[in-house]
Design a protein around this ligand. Structure first.
Ligand SMILES: NC(=O)c1ccc[n+]([C@@H]2O[C@H](COP(=O)([O-])OP(=O)(O)OC[C@H]3O[C@@H](n4cnc5c(N)ncnc54)[C@H](OP(=O)(O)O)[C@@H]3O)[C@@H](O)[C@H]2O)c1
Length: 257
């Protein structure tokens, strides 16, 4: 059975992807840690759109989680046609004051699990010569961001990784695309124990999803959601990297330093 697999589907952008794709008649396999939320969402989507909505409750920072998920999808007879690697979190503050364990956990989720899931699910897509992967990066991936140092670096990885895989795979009928949202109204800042960055216009998760699906249709390697975010990212390219980094550092420096 053809299915879209969405990680981090219990809230925010992942939940919006699930709702939009289900409304278009796609079957979905939803992954996150909050099983109660996934059960409620699957039951609502299945009933409303007459599709098959299934869930797997999993902590993707665990070493064997991507393999477990791949095997589970195989056992259920699911053909993952679209993989959306969306689960992620961030942190904010002077790097030396942040908990090392949490920074490493972020790398495990934002990078390690994303690389593993891409590797596992891309292989069968290549055999079928069909499929797509959306990796959720961020506008923070285009530049160093002091005081969100590890988070921005994880998203720079996702952007570079996805752009390179886009080129490797487009001749095989597969699109790999990085989605780069700016500030979006989700649970992200609370879950990441972060303050919202100042002076930024925010988008809704539904706007971000609409941009992503239109970018995917056009076979893009990466797409920035929102015109303001696009223009800011373009403007950053015109200025030396050190200047951009200093401006970001000034805007995000914790108040007491
Ligand atoms: N919101 C923004 O401003 C913004 C901007 C740019 C990029 N992004 C990116 O967008 C993506 C989605 O974030 P969001 O804004 O929608 O935030 P969110 O509402 O906090 O959603 C994050 C999702 O990831 C799941 N998750 C977190 N840790 C997990 C783990 N260890 N294992 C499995 N699932 C886990 C959460 O579910 P459980 O807690 O149930 O596990 C939740 O479903 C992230 O990659 C984020 O970096 C967000």
């Amino acid at each position: 059975m053809k299915t879209t697999l969405i990680t981090g589907a219990s809230s925010g952008i992942g939940e919006a992807f699930a709702r939009k794709l289900a409304s278009q008649g796609e079957n979905v396999l939803l992954v996150a840690r909050s099983e109660d939320k996934l059960i409620a969402l699957c039951s609502e989507l299945g009933r409303t759109y007459n599709i098959k909505a299934q869930h797997v409750a999993l902590d993707l920072t665990e070493d064997d989680a991507p393999t477990k998920l791949f095997e589970e999808a195989k056992e259920r007879g699911l053909e993952v046609e679209l993989l959306i690697n969306n689960a992620g979190f961030g942190s904010m503050g002077d790097f030396t004051t942040l908990e090392l364990e949490r920074e490493l956990e972020m790398i495990d989720l934002n990078i390690k699990s994303l690389v593993a899931l891409t590797h596992l699910f891309l292989k069968p897509m290549r055999e079928r010569e069909r499929g797509a992967i959306i990796n959720v990066a961020s506008t923070a991936g285009f530049q160093p961001v002091p005081y969100m140092t590890t988070y921005a670096a994880t998203k720079a990885f996702v952007l570079s990784f996805s752009d390179a895989l886009w080129e490797e795979n487009r001749a095989h009928g597969i699109t790999v695309m990085a989605l780069c949202p700016g500030v979006t109204d989700t649970n992200f800042f609370a879950a990441s124990e972060m303050e919202r960055p100042p002076m930024r216009i925010s988008q809704t998760p539904e706007q971000v999803v609409a941009t992503a699906l239109s970018g995917l249709k056009r076979g893009r390697g990466h797409i920035i959601s929102g015109w303001t975010n696009y223009l800011m990212t373009e403007a950053e390219r015109l200025v030396p990297r050190s200047v951009v980094t200093r401006i970001a550092g000034k805007a995000l420096r914790p108040k007491k330093q």
